[in-house]
Design a protein around this ligand. Structure first.
Ligand SMILES: Cc1ncc(COP(=O)(O)O)c(C=O)c1O
Length: 377
């Protein structure tokens, strides 16, 4: 089967780029002496994870318990569920652990720590826990130096239903950095925050065997990871336009695209209309605040070569509107009705979430495999 045989919109995954991205991150982190715990929130497919783990076997990070269930069914045991635990998920985590999945959870407050310790004690389950640290003011976590760290540590260490495993942080604000130097500084800030918290716990007589950091920008530009035991990164496998805008990758590294078909034109507006709207591309406009605003995506020809004069300027639910990047006139005859284009996504996680499968190509137009993926909770 070829790309031209596909019903559109369809999600395309370039396997050679995927493998190159996986190997590059593995080599970089092994030079720095740390283990990569890939985050599977973007991939959500065992075929993708197999390539990531083939490069370096080990545990994974999940963002939903559905991911934990799915990857456990496919043989993965060691999983970090890296979203603060909610009371209504404790029983599910206990059930997974009961079936042999080594799921670690995270939390950042006394109420959650007490709740997990009590419920674990009552259920006869011991939940391994990492305390979440806020290294950059991005969202959740305890600020380094906050005495609450030790309070939570003592509850987890003393509780019958909990085992204190360590600390973790995610430098999510690295997505807003304005230069590579800023990302490098952010990587050091991320490292320093958790290493300091690990030391504070140890000084208080508490265990801290795991010191976990991670985001694709900081993982890419980290120069020193002393004191860190593992790095979590996810979007590095696929990359996207936001990552390219941050200079974390180049456009040529982006492994995901959406295949779209031209369904018409608006001659007087110089528009090409396609069947890939925001349902297929996502509403994510993550490049809007970057140096180059990529609209709803970079337009490529069917072979994946960027058509640099074009942009997806607008997106309705099932319609994409492609225009000249600078608002100029287009030779619409270049894009007849029925011709196909590939759109590179702003945010790989959001785009992939709309699709039930990856159509795998290996640089060419031949579809070499179809890899199912899932969404939701
Ligand atoms: C807690 C946590 N760790 C790691 C990551 C991985 O970040 P990235 O996709 O930038 O690699 C994320 C991403 O959302 C996250 O929320």
């Amino acid at each position: 089967m070829k790309l031209t045989d596909l019903e559109t919109p369809a999600l395309i995954l370039d396997r050679s780029r995927l493998e190159r991205n996986i190997v590059r991150m593995r080599d970089h982190l092994s030079r720095l002496g740390v283990v990569l715990r890939p985050h599977v929130k973007t991939a959500k497919a065992i075929d993708v994870l197999r390539l990531a783990l083939a490069a370096q076997p080990g545990g994974i990070t999940v963002s939903t318990l559905k991911e934990a269930e799915y990857f456990f069914t496919h043989g993965v045991r060691d999983m970090l569920y890296a979203v603060g635990i909610a009371p209504n998920k404790i029983a599910h985590v206990a059930a997974l652990r009961g079936r042999g999945a080594d799921v670690t959870i995270i939390l950042d407050n006394v109420v959650s720590a007490q709740m997990v310790a009590e419920q674990g004690g009552a259920m006869g389950v011991e939940f391994p826990v990492l305390i979440e640290i806020d290294c950059d003011g991005h969202r959740s976590g305890i600020k380094p130096g906050d005495a609450m760290l030790i309070d939570i540590g003592r509850i987890l260490y003393g509780g019958r239903g909990t085992r204190l495993r360590g600390v973790m942080t995610h430098a999510g604000d690295s997505y807003n950095c304005k230069s590579v130097d800023e990302i490098r500084a952010m990587a050091e800030r991320e490292r320093a925050a958790v290493v300091r918290c690990a030391l504070d716990l140890k000084r208080a007589g508490l265990p801290c065997s795991v010191v976990s950091v991670g985001s694709t920008p900081t993982a890419t530009y980290a120069e020193n990871l002393d004191g860190v035991t593992e790095v979590r990164a996810g979007v590095y496998m696929f990359f996207d336009l936001v990552m390219a805008g941050l200079e974390v990758c180049t456009i040529d590294d982006i492994a995901l695209s959406v295949l779209a078909t031209v369904i018409g034109h608006q001659q007087e507006k110089n528009w090409i209309i396609t069947d890939a709207g925001w349902m297929a591309l996502s509403r994510d406009r993550g490049t809007a605040k970057q140096k180059v605003d990529q609209g709803y995506g970079v337009v490529c020809d069917i072979d994946g070569w960027p058509l640099t004069d074009l942009i997806v300027a607008e997106a309705n639910q099932e319609h994409g509107i492609i225009a000249d990047r600078n608002g100029g006139a287009l030779d619409l005859k270049r894009f007849p009705v029925g011709s196909q284009l590939r759109i590179l996504p702003n945010h790989a996680c959001a785009t992939a979430a709309a699709h039930a499968a990856y159509h795998v190509v290996d640089g060419g137009a031949e579809i070499t495999a179809v890899w199912p993926r899932f969404s939701g909770w």
